[in-house]
Design a protein around this ligand. Structure first.
Ligand code: AMP
Ligand code: TRP
Length: 331
């Protein structure tokens, strides 16, 4: 049985980049019955930069509700909160001890984030973040990790850590692979098509959240920047803004990019944007409506997460016992 593992940090409102780059892939994979699916809400990753404690636990439930509202089915997938399973931090410690310091200094996400915050103010947790991610993945004998492009380097590092452990101790870890949909792995900001759409966006117009109202979505697409010229073609170098909108259109409509290019040949940006807004609205609306029903039912969400954590622990703890025996920990 193949195992699929992925996770999202409860560090902000989820947007269509998270949906297209990650969650939408998870949902379509989920129909493969021969696979085991594990999706986590990775709160221990979120606290590598300060999170307001009250907001963090609220967001953990919100991300859970978004998973379910988007179509992650708790009958098919294990859904749990990372901090509910103590094996993750335990395994991360052991993996830290086989991870070369130099590997971590080369992580681009760490370099970017620590530069922004200033090195002196950066937590050691942020530096070790990819090792915790490796623990998440390796504890479940994961084969595939469906993520957006920004996480490829972390999955590569996970492979290096697994291989080194296997070589130094015993070959107990499966070496996983990232699963990426090239075109949609990096949805760009609606206000600056050269920068990734991200949870920490300051300009609300730059991203569409999965809980945005119909009118907010329409307004954000209307105000999205476009490129010079008037052709609607996919060419990320020459036309980064239109290419990004085409990818979003394609992912929400199921129509191919070449089909969309043909259809909009000779048509205006304004007409294209109007149709795009309609498609996004129609797709987000059911997610938003289910989300608001679910978020009102906290007991259900908490119960589901507790059961998910038990199932996750059942799997991960077998691996922890293997780790202990391989390394010679305990007696
Ligand atoms: P994060 O928001 O960093 O917790 O990311 C959660 C998941 O969404 C990861 O798999 C990311 O790679 C993916 N993701 C985040 N932002 C984008 C984006 N702009 N385009 C595509 N995927 C994204
Ligand atoms: N680092 C990932 C992100 O920010 C989240 C994450 C944590 C993750 N552990 C994971 C993703 C394990 C996939 C597998 O997007």
């Amino acid at each position: 049985m193949k195992a699929i593992f992925s996770g999202i940090q409860p560090s902000g409102d989820l947007h269509i980049g998270n949906y297209i780059g990650a969650i939408q892939q998870w949902v379509s994979l989920q129909n493969q019955e021969s696979h085991r699916f594990i999706f986590s809400i990775v709160d221990l990753h979120a606290i590598t930069v300060y999170q307001d404690p009250e907001i963090l636990s609220k967001r953990t439930l919100e991300v859970t509700a978004i998973y379910l509202a988007s179509g992650i089915d708790p009958k098919k997938s294990i859904i749990f909160v990372q901090s509910d399973n103590p094996d993750h931090t335990y395994c991360a410690w052991v993996l830290n001890c086989v991870t070369n310091f130099g590997w971590l200094t080369r992580m681009t996400q760490f370099k970017d984030k620590s530069l922004k915050q200033g090195r002196a103010n950066t937590s050691a947790g942020l530096f070790n973040y990819p090792v915790l991610m490796a623990a998440d993945i390796l504890l479940y004998d994961t084969d595939l990790v469906p993520v957006g492009e920004d996480q490829i380097q972390h999955v590569e590092l996970t492979r290096d850590i697994a291989k080194k452990f296997n070589q130094v101790y015993k070959p107990i870890f499966k070496v996983p692979e990232a699963l990426i949909d090239k075109k949609s792995a990096r949805i760009m900001s609606l206000q600056n098509p050269l920068s990734k759409m991200s949870k920490s966006e300051v300009d609300p117009k730059a991203k569409i959240n999965l809980t945005d109202s119909d009118s907010e979505i329409v307004e954000k697409i209307r105000k999205a920047v476009t490129d010079s010229g008037n052709e609607i073609i996919y060419d990320p170098k020459a036309k980064p803004a239109i290419s990004n909108l085409l990818v979003i259109f394609s992912k929400f409509s199921g129509r191919s990019i070449s089909d969309l290019q043909d259809y909009y040949k000779g048509k205006k940006y304004s007409e294209f944007k109007e149709d795009l807004a309609e498609v996004v609205v129609e797709n987000i609306r059911p997610i938003r409506e289910r989300y608001f029903e679910l978020i009102d039912n906290k007991d259900y969400l908490i119960d589901l997460l507790k059961k998910g954590a038990e199932k996750a622990f059942e799997i991960s703890h077998k691996k922890v016992l293997e780790i202990n025996s391989a390394v010679g920990l305990g007696i």
